[in-house]
Write a protein that binds this ligand. Sequence first.
Ligand code: SF4
Length: 349
Amino acid sequence: MEQLGFTVIMPPPTSKRTISLGVAHSPEFACLPIKICIGNLIEAHELGADTFLMAGGVGPCRFGLYAQLEKEILEDAGLGYKALIIEPPGQGPWQFLKQIKKIGTSVSWMQLVRGFHFSYQKICIIDELEKLVQQIRPRERIKGTADKIFTYALKTFDQAKNYHELCDAYGLARQKLLHIPQWEYTKVLKIGVVGEIYTLLEPFASMDIERKLGALGAEVTRSIYLSDWVREHLLGGLLPGISHNMYHKLASPFLNHFVGGHGIESVGASVNFAKAGYDGIVHIAPFTCMPEIVAHTVLPRASKHCNIPVMTIYVDEQTGQAGLNTRLEAFLDLLRDKKNFLDRDITMC
Ligand code: SF4
């Protein structure tokens, strides 16, 4: 958006205050993502934002209504926000770019394509770096080193003004990560994380489950990264990568119709992780999330069929850290026991 000439006001990172503000203004039964978004928008308004850009949606999940709902809630709260809603394109990248162009009328097509390309490159680079961090976390000798480097790298990506600066910042961060001293494990547990996309992508919403798993000695892979979503939904699947068609096919023996959100993808990705030899699946869902509740009812059958343990965790503003930590520790202990029984060369040194 900055490349298109807009002034972008980023709300502060999501915090307890964000959630409190969101909870105070949202319907009680609403799922966690909208509560966080409302809180983010209130905090952005405090910093001077007057317009918000939100994606629309289709299907039997509440997301399609959220942009409208947010606008009305914020109006009721006395915050004069203008809402710009980008409906799902469904017809490839041009449809999406046309919608963006309507917002910035004085923007040329060339500026638009350049801006989009730059943002897409940024997203891909962040995802690549985060995948490396997920590999290093369970192996690093000093816990938290990879995360510190990653957090600093995000700041340098933010400051990059063009593709070359971005690549330089990426190269530097990657080198730093590769030089982190690591323990020589013969094997670490491999965990696939599946679930509702917002909760997977926003660490605060998932209560940092990925980091916790990494610190407990598990290498984590997420079923969907932001670049996958952009490729699939905004670029119409034109570029190679994970496609939801593949997940739908894998899920079909257990769930063969659209249930909204990423319900089918959660089931398909779990089957995919099982086929790839992962040791367990953590399924994350916001409390009251209908698509993931459907996936939750189906996952035990997929788990039994594919012989892979699955643990579902629901999160909302009431979820406590201590209970979550205990559940994750217990799950990993059980997986280690199972693995030791099957494969005695697993040791940690
Ligand atoms: S997928 Fe679930 S959590 Fe996400 S918006 Fe829909 S109902 Fe809410």
